[in-house]
Design a binder for this molecule. Sequence first.
Ligand code: PMP
Length: 451
Amino acid sequence: MRETNFIIENNARHMWHPMAHPAEMQAQPPRIITAGEGVEIVDIQGKKVLDAVGGLWNVNLGYSCEPVKKAIRDQLDELPYYSTFRGTTNSPLIELSYELAEWFQPDGLSRSFFTSGGSDSVETCLRLARQYHKINGQPERTKFVALKKGYHGTHFGGASVNGNQNFRRSYEPLLPGVIHLPAPFSYRNPFGTSDGAEIAAAIGRLFEDEIAFQGADTIAALIVEPVLGAGGVIVPHETFLPLMREICDRHGILLIADEVITAFGRTGAWTGSRLWGVKPDLMSTAKAITNGYFPFGAVMIADKVAEVFEGSKGAFGSIGHGYTYSGHPAGAAAALATLKETKRLNVADDAAARGEELIAGLRKLQDKHELIGDVRGKGLMCALELVSDRKRKSAASKDILQKVQDVAYDAGALVRTSGANVIMSPPLVITAGDVQTILTALDAGLTAAGA
Ligand code: PMP
């Protein structure tokens, strides 16, 4: 390894960063994280802070999860790679597919298809949805319905169903035949109400209206996050997803739950779908499946969909889709060890308990700081939406958000900003004391930004 000065001097010089302007990164290079221990990270200056971002919603068990590290090391010694394209496979992956069928049994999902991350998983869901209808003799079912403010990764399929123009405009034209419904968002919506049940019902009516307009026989699937993450942690009313499920069923439309963030306990339930009592037809997972230690993902497939594929005899049955790293053995070993630890530590209950403490604390901060327009969260995915004027709900400036983040960091916690939102998704193993650390750091950030 080169010296520290060399690393600092070359930061952001020869690389572009995701979701950032290259010149801005060069002008204000990102923090260099050099170590992680427990729920804390250490930067190159030696400063240690609590990671209230949990990597990127993925390091659910923190940075010192020895069983996962060991599983990856051991697997690299045993078999560092082998492909799963027709003809070969590897042992940890077979074991993992067994464990996942058990894990997702309450969601009615019994088959898996492996990927290298969340965007790959979303892409796989979209493709399998179209193929399902082709096998079923309904080849015109090609369109997708999605939510504004939804986030589904960066491949062209995912970008096409994304509901945030920042991730779309520069890359248009995207896939044709994608319809966006409003998000189930109480704080901002076109319905003139903040009543979650009313909003859910209104979106249901728009969905029905759109189905009538497009023709149900042209729509392949609806894709939704059970709790919208990157769009600002939007928690739908409890009636929303069951209503969407019911409408999909009535019109032969598949329901894809994008659970890249929510699948392994983050919301306080083991899956976001279970949180709302809904069984999806396809589910995308990634991130916490390996505790963030290895790029990996899995698409989970419902029996109903699996039966159609497995029983197909025509031209469309074979899966003409997959990745070199579909089912990487080290990723599979990491996932096996992660699932075991996730279950042993029962982290969904921790996420629910710590989440309640964090949200209660954030509401207290809202009483104190005019800057906070809205507080949202479920389990350990939470957001503050910052405004310059509470009545008008005008978004706070970028400088204000940067100030909150910087001062909070100096005060001991890394939070993330996205648009006007301050987002928190700490490891699920944080203690009640860690929750206080996050709140104290945020308080300092908000005080400085509001001054
Ligand atoms: N779907 C959702 C709901 C996500 O939150 C993300 C990433 N934050 C993705 C898909 C894309 O995952 P990845 O960045 O691993 O490709």
